[in-house]
Write a protein that binds this ligand. Structure first.
Ligand SMILES: Nc1ncnc2c1ncn2[C@@H]1O[C@H](COP(=O)(O)OP(=O)(O)OP(=O)(O)O)[C@@H](O)[C@H]1O
Ligand SMILES: [Mg+2]
Length: 351
């Protein structure tokens, strides 16, 4: 099998266990459904019973859950069935939002706060009507990290939408497969694009970084989810509100009950600067660009450090190293760890 497909396969295997809903450990990770709160571990996830949200809405923010989603749909689509609405939405290119390693995401016309997320390996429109859609209880104290509010356990999810723009190339996951195998995969234009994104982020005020840090602290407190630091498109920037958000939560490490050591300073830095492309970007830029990249990146690192200090988030370099090691091990590559080492060297005075 070609190397470049291996990572996708591994992520798909992980996602499969997510869809099946029980923990399984292909490597040293225990996997948990994205957007999960702790209580759900205890219930039988294979049950096809419709699960009614148990939480009283005690949120300080907007309450986003399956009940609210259904109410919104009803207002817009009257008595049209959810399945027909979904099949119609995903058939139109205008509703396409983006893709990552394993999923394609679509919006639903008239519905602002939610998105459809389809895992390519597990979702099929043909069998969609066979599986019941099950509500996912929400811990309303956890901020919006794009958690899912419902799933059919066969690759279909409704997620909370996060407003803003993804932080990297739209086809990042395709690109990275190329970079794994061919060091010239990133073009100069793409390097400039990533530089622009990093520069824009570096100009966000300290407050934006502080708020993200606070959200991560709440995520650690109220869920057992881990931030997926691999894909920088999991960082969503709202330029208008100068808000930084993260989507796409995944597994947590089995041998530690708390995610606090995993979601922290380096989760932010790695999503913001993307160690997997960073050195490539640096190499592709001219001297002027190189200087801009280093300066903007240092600015970001410093703002993250200040934010983390204010909110008590800890360094998570070790966890990042484990993730990159695991990526390489599972894909039989030596790509991510050296890329991360190079990245750390470039900022050795700070990191
Ligand atoms: N909740 C959300 N709010 C806003 N945009 C989203 C949301 N979920 C997904 N997107 C967009 O769709 C893209 C793909 O979604 P997602 O990250 O869920 O896919 P994935 O295959 O799991 O990604 P990864 O490569 O990180 O594993 C994202 O990069 C982002 O651009
Ligand atoms: Mg993603």
């Amino acid at each position: 099998m070609e190397k470049k497909y291996l990572y996708v396969l591994i992520r798909s295997m992980q996602i499969q266990s997510i869809s099946l809903g029980y923990t399984l450990s292909p490597a040293k990770f225990m996997l948990a459904p994205k957007g999960l709160n702790q209580s759900i571990n205890k219930r039988d996830y294979n049950s096809t019973d419709v699960y009614t949200p148990e939480y009283k809405d005690i949120s300080f923010g907007q309450k986003l859950n399956y009940v609210d989603f259904i109410k919104t749909l009803h207002k817009v689509y009257k008595n049209k069935s959810l399945k027909n609405i979904v099949l119609s939405a995903i058939s139109e290119q205008k509703n396409y939002v983006g893709s990552g390693f394993s999923a394609d995401v679509y919006s639903i016309p008239g519905v602002d706060k939610y998105l459809i997320r389809l895992e390519r390996k597990h979702f099929s429109p043909g069998s969609f009507s066979k599986y019941p859609i099950i509500s996912e209880p929400q811990n309303e104290l956890a901020p919006n990290f794009g958690q899912y509010i419902a799933t059919n356990n066969h690759g279909f999810f409704i997620t909370k939408k996060v407003f803003g723009e993804s932080h990297s190339l739209p086809n990042w996951s395709e690109k990275i497969k190329g970079i794994e195998n061919d060091s010239s995969a990133l073009t100069h234009k793409e390097a400039e694009y990533i530089l622009k994104k990093i520069t824009e982020l570096s100009e966000f005020p300290q407050k934006s970084f502080d708020e993200l840090s606070l959200k991560i602290q709440k995520l650690n407190k109220h869920t057992d989810c881990e931030i997926d630091i691999m894909n920088p498109n999991n960082l969503i920037l709202n330029n208008q509100l100068q808000e930084i958000n993260i989507i796409d939560l995944w597994y947590h490490h089995s041998d530690n009950g708390s995610t606090a050591p995993f979601n922290g300073t380096d989760s932010m830095i790695n999503l913001m600067l993307d160690p997997l492309t960073h050195n490539q970007v640096y190499e592709k830029l001219g001297n002027n660009g190189k200087e801009k990249l280093i300066n903007a990146s240092k600015k970001i690192i410093q703002k993250v450090f200040i934010a983390a200090q204010k909110t008590g988030l800890t360094r998570t370099k070790n966890n990042a190293t484990i993730i990159y090691k695991d990526f390489d091990k599972n894909a039989n590559l030596t790509f991510a760890v050296p890329a991360y080492d190079e990245f750390l060297k470039l900022y050795h005075d700070l990191l």
